[in-house]
Design a protein around this ligand. Structure first.
Ligand SMILES: Nc1nc2c(ncn2[C@@H]2O[C@H](COP(=O)(O)OP(=O)(O)OP(=O)(O)O)[C@@H](O)[C@H]2O)c(=O)[nH]1
Ligand SMILES: [Mg+2]
Length: 396
């Protein structure tokens, strides 16, 4: 065979093979393109798995060793003072109800008296129950105005007018340090005659404010007697609040000054300053009180935010006279009336509010830590007129 024919044949064969291969390749691509299953439609956003899960799973971490046992912290002493339930107000006022104001008013109105006789007896009853002359006359006048002569023989009607008028008399002003001044600490200066219950009231107040979440600091401004500071210190321990004391016979103003500065430095909310008891007739001691008031104002402009005069209800009308003198000496802003549980002279609260034109903030009805009550005129009057027939229903 001719060699050229063989070469041509081989070239043709080679070319044919190339064409066949190219054709197969094209077919395959077309198949893949048209016969491949359709891609699933994209899922709606909401159906998407949360991003978190899209994050590739972390390599499983090596099992962690059990954490080393935390060091046992020394147990903190949690402050908890067992505060007994407060005494019902009507119980605290029982002497005034049974022997004082209520008993006298009842006697005046009962017994078939009529018209002017009722009013006269009522006036006498109120005065002898320590309500004060001015206040008593004002209350009788209210009864005269509001009831006709026949109604005066109805004790319930007379009580109704008296109660309403008493609440008005007692309602002198709003809350005590509510709200607290923006700039802390607030300062309460406590003043009064010897033995009226200043230090005890401070202890009870410290508990009240501490339990409301305020940071309280006591200032032992009674440096006159060593026992004065010791007594306050006992209260501080009992209710677990800090106290600033000075050396014996230290200048009370400087002790209170230091306390205010400490309270400022430590971001405390309230300083309650005790002072030595003093007779309003003792010129030197009254002058010292003025100085304390001035120094408190220097330590903290605007302070004291409250100057609380503590009066012993058992002193009856004498306490009103004391208060008048204290008012002349310092800027008294409010009254706490203590020992109402031990006296029949509770009517004096009306005289204090009316004659002194000062709000009664607190009343003390016992020696216990829970026996100081914020004064509420309506509750007070209701408790005063509470009958003893249903002791179980007494309010708390
Ligand atoms: N029954 C009763 N006793 C009270 C009340 N408040 C205070 N006392 C008692 O009155 C006595 C005198 O109270 P203190 O707090 O020492 O009076 P104080 O005004 O600080 O006295 P001085 O510092 O001496 O001026 C104490 O035995 C108190 O327990 C009260 O509301 N009811
Ligand atoms: Mg005292």
């Amino acid at each position: 065979m001719d060699l050229s024919i063989i070469v041509v044949g081989a070239v043709v064969l080679f070319l044919l093979t190339l064409i066949i291969l190219a054709a197969r390749n094209t077919l395959k691509h077309r198949k893949e393109r048209y016969l491949a299953p359709p891609k699933p439609a994209p899922k709606p956003e909401a159906a998407k798995k949360p991003e978190k899960e899209a994050v590739p799973a972390k390599k499983p971490e090596k099992p962690q060793k059990a954490p080393a046992k935390a060091k046992e912290e020394p147990k903190k002493e949690v402050w908890k003072l067992e505060v007994p339930a407060p005494k019902p107000l009507a119980e605290g006022l029982s002497k005034t109800r049974k022997e004082g104001l209520l008993a006298r008013v009842k006697a005046a109105v009962a017994g078939g008296k009529q018209g002017e006789d009722v009013l006269e007896a009522l006036e006498e009853a109120l005065i002898t129950a320590d309500c004060g002359v001015k206040t008593s006359m004002e209350m009788v006048e209210a009864v005269r105005q509001e009831l006709n002569p026949e109604e005066l023989s109805d004790p319930q009607k007379v009580f109704g007018v008296l109660k309403q008028h008493m609440v008005q008399l007692l309602d002198q002003e709003g809350g005590f340090l509510q709200p607290f001044p923006q700039e802390k600490p607030a300062v309460i200066m406590v003043v009064g005659v010897n033995g009226t219950g200043k230090t005890t009231t401070i202890g009870k107040l410290a508990l009240k404010y501490k339990s409301e979440g305020h940071k309280v600091l006591l200032a032992a401004g009674d440096t006159f007697r060593a026992a004065g500071a010791t007594q306050l210190e006992k209260w501080a321990q009992q209710v677990d609040v800090p106290i600033v004391q000075g050396p014996d016979k230290a200048d009370p103003a400087s002790v209170i000054f230091d306390a205010i500065k400490k309270a400022e430095a430590e971001g405390m909310d309230l300083v309650i300053a005790d002072t030595a008891g003093r007779l309003h007739t003792n010129v030197n001691l009254v002058e010292e009180l003025r100085k304390i008031h001035r120094v408190i104002g220097k330590a903290r402009p605007g302070a004291p935010h409250e100057c609380l005069l503590v009066l012993d209800a058992g002193m009856g009308q004498n306490s009103v006279r004391q208060a008048e003198e204290f008012k002349k000496a310092v800027d008294v802003t409010a009254i706490a009336v203590t020992k109402l549980d031990g006296t029949a002279k509770g009517g004096v609260v009306l005289s204090i509010a009316k004659d002194l034109e000062l709000p009664v903030r607190f009343i003390g009805i016992g020696e216990g830590v829970a026996d100081l009550r914020p004064f509420n005129p309506k509750d007070f009057v209701e408790a005063l007129f509470k009958e003893d027939t249903s002791p179980n229903q007494e309010e708390s």
